[in-house]
Design a protein around this ligand. Structure first.
Ligand code: SF4
Ligand code: SF4
Length: 427
């Protein structure tokens, strides 16, 4: 099939693919290559194909289409690339050109254009789904196993319970600090889809902790998805619609904070991935300068003292930490979560070997390639086992879902918690 696109999105990253030194370091670090041993799936192979594609020496075949989907966008290849190539940016831009040229499949169109961008519609559908989830067999805590007829989403996968009321519907749009507490800042809270629809209690814990520490928390009701699953699939048009909405509803605040590593990364990268006009370069740039991941905000901006993080009473818990790709590599936030975990009394923190190895989630990657995603996760589970920890802590709800599913598959009675769940001496 001949590709007629002008590669409008890819051209913004044209120089990157050309810089490839063909050293092959990316092969060594890529979790997909480690499983599949196919060079066309890694940065070096893709750079060669992209250079040939741009010079029209080759055409975009269906095979290449498939290869593009087999990337977790984990950024491990970029971290160690001596030429400083961002393989994830090139790959997303090419996916975007593909979508512009060929459109989206019907299921993707329904999800990305009709459902996810419209928060009310999305909320109504999930509310309905929440009423029918009783038919899934109960398993561990709030995780249930998918029945066979839903195996296209991952055969035998464990999924979390959908909340009956979303976080946005449970909290007011402004939560001030308690009377008598000095207001230090006005901060917008970007909720994110997972905290909104699955774990509203984690979102409330974050809001309460911020408020307790002198922050007036603003939770705009009109906020929606950060756009990551949609831009990741190459639908930049819808992702820009969502980014424009986010930028406008969080206007006029000191900071915009989120407890989801994927959301904070998405919001901080609006300018790089999605700014296609002068106006968007300016508005996205001003917005992203105010975005903070929760851990970064508490440590670097609020500069909370150690005592603010509380002490857990009772038996000491052994915990370890998993670095989400979107926090460690996309935002270089590695020290801050460790600083918080080491500040909480009553916890024994043990560092995991390969703490920043990707868990294999990769957003929709784990839906389209569940078996491969599980094989990547199995390596992570081996590393977790070695720590002997009772609890695995992380800061990305996507990683939480993937790790808990993998631990249940391995029949390991360990819990996965978000870092915020350990604040205030919990659990
Ligand atoms: S590590 Fe970077 S320079 Fe080396 S082959 Fe991979 S993409 Fe090219
Ligand atoms: S982003 Fe991750 S999965 Fe994709 S090529 Fe790079 S190392 Fe491999």
């Amino acid at each position: 099939m001949s590709f007629k696109s002008d590669f409008r999105e890819l051209m913004r990253f044209e120089d990157q693919a050309e810089k490839c030194l063909k050293c092959g370091l990316c092969l060594y670090y890529c979790p997909v290559f480690r499983e599949e041993h196919d060079e066309s799936l890694v940065a070096r192979g893709r750079n060669k194909l992209i250079t040939e594609l741009l010079s029209r020496q080759v055409d975009l075949t269906k095979e290449f289409d498939g290869n593009l989907g087999l990337c977790l966008a984990c950024k491990r290849c970029s971290m160690f690339c001596p030429a400083g190539i961002h393989a994830d940016q090139i790959m997303l831009a090419l996916r975007a050109d593909l979508v512009r040229e060929r459109g989206l499949s019907l299921p993707k169109k329904a999800a990305y254009r009709w459902l996810i961008p419209y928060r009310q519609r999305f909320a109504r559908l999930l509310k309905l789904a929440a009423k029918f989830q009783w038919f899934l067999p109960a398993y561990e805590g709030d995780f249930k196993r998918l029945p066979l007829f839903l195996s296209p989403l991952g055969k035998g996968r464990y999924v979390p319970h959908i909340a009956s009321t979303s976080l946005i519907d449970q909290v007011p749009s402004v939560v001030p600090p308690p009377p008598g507490t000095q207001v230090k800042m006005r901060v917008g809270f970007f909720v994110g889809c997972v905290f909104n629809f699955i774990w509203p209690e984690i979102g409330k814990t974050i809001i309460n902790f911020l408020v307790k520490n002198g922050i007036e928390v603003v939770i705009p009701k009109e906020q929606g998805c950060c756009g990551m699953p949609i831009s990741g699939a190459g639908d930049f048009e819808t992702a820009r619609f969502l980014a424009d909405n986010t930028v406008s509803v969080f206007n006029g605040l000191d900071f915009v904070v989120t407890g989801c590593a994927t959301c904070s990364s998405a919001l901080k990268h609006y300018q790089i991935y999605l700014a296609d006009t002068e106006e968007r370069v300016k508005s996205y740039g001003e917005f992203t300068a105010k975005v903070r991941d929760l851990t970064e905000f508490l440590v670097d901006d609020l500069k909370l003292p150690v005592s603010a993080y509380g002490t857990r009473h009772g038996e000491s818990l052994r915990i370890t930490y998993h670095d989400p790709c979107h926090l460690a590599r996309y935002q270089n936030i590695v020290k801050q979560p460790r600083k918080i975990l080491n500040s909480i009394g009553g916890l024994e923190f043990v560092e995991m070997e390969g703490a920043d190895d990707c868990c294999g989630m990769g957003g929709a990657f784990s839906i389209y390639h569940y078996q491969l995603s599980q094989r990547i996760a199995d390596r992570k589970i081996d590393l977790i086992k070695k720590t002997n920890a009772d609890i695995v802590v992380t800061t990305c709800p996507g990683c939480m879902i993937q790790l808990q599913d993998s631990l249940l598959r391995h029949k390991m009675p360990k819990k996965v918690l978000h870092l915020a769940q350990l604040l205030n001496g919990e659990p």
